[in-house]
Design a protein around this ligand. Structure first.
Ligand SMILES: NC(=O)c1ccc[n+]([C@@H]2O[C@H](COP(=O)([O-])OP(=O)(O)OC[C@H]3O[C@@H](n4cnc5c(N)ncnc54)[C@H](OP(=O)(O)O)[C@@H]3O)[C@@H](O)[C@H]2O)c1
Length: 313
């Protein structure tokens, strides 16, 4: 039986930040289930990572319907974790899921229709063995579905009690502003915006999204803050056989150009001068951007997560 550390909230002042203008505090580092929690991954390793996280005050687990592989299996892992370990601590956890990418065949298993979002959340709850999620996201902007339809589905999901808060991910700035107003007018304020922000990918700063969130009381959470592992020491001396890049799925070896490698080595040296690892340096960089609430890290081992949590200090 899992007994969490009694010291898990000892460093609360260091760990938690307020999410926009809301009542929700989130850990500066959240744990993502995109990779390493699927049906193909060893359950005991995934389990150990979540225990380490929760033992250190990491209360926010970020999921989506299609995380795995196979699709849905990361949520099934979450369901198993609820049954094995976390049920007594449900009210200490902030669990998110999303719908927006391809999930099941046919026209109703993708994008942003009410039909898809409603059915997908029901499926997610069944897989995770949960009555509700804390946060439900539209995972991406759908240019063909009226925004009102997607947003009204989010409003109705909150009213149904299946989600406590709503977020959107990867919506363009103008659509974000529309969503902000639409949701605010219906008393279901947008809690958070999720997008990629890291030292190599700064679009939310360049296009004004981060500033919009900061000035409108919306939290901002960054995904892939380590650019899937590039912003760590993982690839400084080749491509390890157990790395994400070696699997050649979401992170391609073509991304590791000689110029990038040179840049990464320079940042690694800069980090070392400050007594940090490159990962630590990269996470601190994101957390230092005004308006950032949290970064969602991935980890394939407890040791990686342990190193990453140092960035909150
Ligand atoms: N909204 C969206 O569209 C969207 C898109 C992508 C991700 N996300 C969310 O963001 C989360 C994080 O994404 P991500 O996994 O790409 O994040 P990431 O933190 O940028 O990359 C995580 C990977 O980097 C490597 N790594 C992590 N810490 C390390 C360390 N200290 N030293 C060496 N290598 C290290 C590991 O890869 P190895 O396997 O090589 O060890 C790990 O799996 C996802 O789980 C998901 O929840 C959301």
């Amino acid at each position: 039986m899992y007994t969490p550390s009694i010291h898990r909230y000892d460093d609360s002042d260091t760990i938690f930040t307020r999410c926009g203008r809301s009542g929700v505090l989130l850990p500066k580092i959240s744990l993502g289930f995109w990779h390493n929690f699927g049906g193909v991954d060893p359950y005991e390793r995934s389990r150990a990572i979540t225990h380490y996280a929760f033992d250190h005050g990491i209360t926010h687990f970020d999921l989506a319907n299609n995380y795995g592989p196979p699709y849905g299996s990361a949520e099934e892992t979450m369901g198993r974790l609820m049954d094995d370990d976390f049920r007594p601590y449900r009210d200490e956890l902030f669990i998110s899921s999303k719908a927006g990418y391809d999930m099941w065949p046919g026209p109703y298993g993708n994008w942003g229709s009410r039909k898809y979002l409603m059915a997908s959340l029901d499926q997610s709850l069944r897989r995770m063995h949960l009555d509700y999620v804390d946060l439900f996201y539209s995972h991406r902007f759908d240019p063909d579905t009226p925004m009102e339809e997607t947003l009204q589905a989010l409003v109705d999901i909150v009213r149904s009690g299946k989600a406590l808060y709503v977020g959107i991910s990867r919506w363009p700035l103008e659509a974000l502003a529309f969503a902000d107003q639409y949701l605010r007018d219906r008393d279901v304020p947008l809690l958070i915006f999720q997008d990629k922000l890291n030292m190599l990918s700064q679009e939310p700063i360049e296009n004004g999204t981060l500033e919009y969130c900061r000035t409108h009381g919306i939290g901002f959470i960054s995904f892939s803050p380590l650019q899937q592992g590039l912003l760590t020491d993982r690839y400084l001396n080749g491509i390890p056989s157990d790395s994400r890049m070696s699997r050649d799925t979401s992170l391609k070896s073509t991304e590791l150009t000689p110029e990038l490698l040179q840049q990464l080595r320079a940042w690694n040296e800069e980090a070392a001068i400050q007594g940090h690892t490159l990962a630590d340096h990269a996470l601190r960089w994101v957390l230092a951007q005004q308006g950032v609430t949290s970064v969602i890290v991935g980890a394939s081992s407890v040791a990686q997560l342990e190193r990453n949590l140092k960035a909150m200090g």
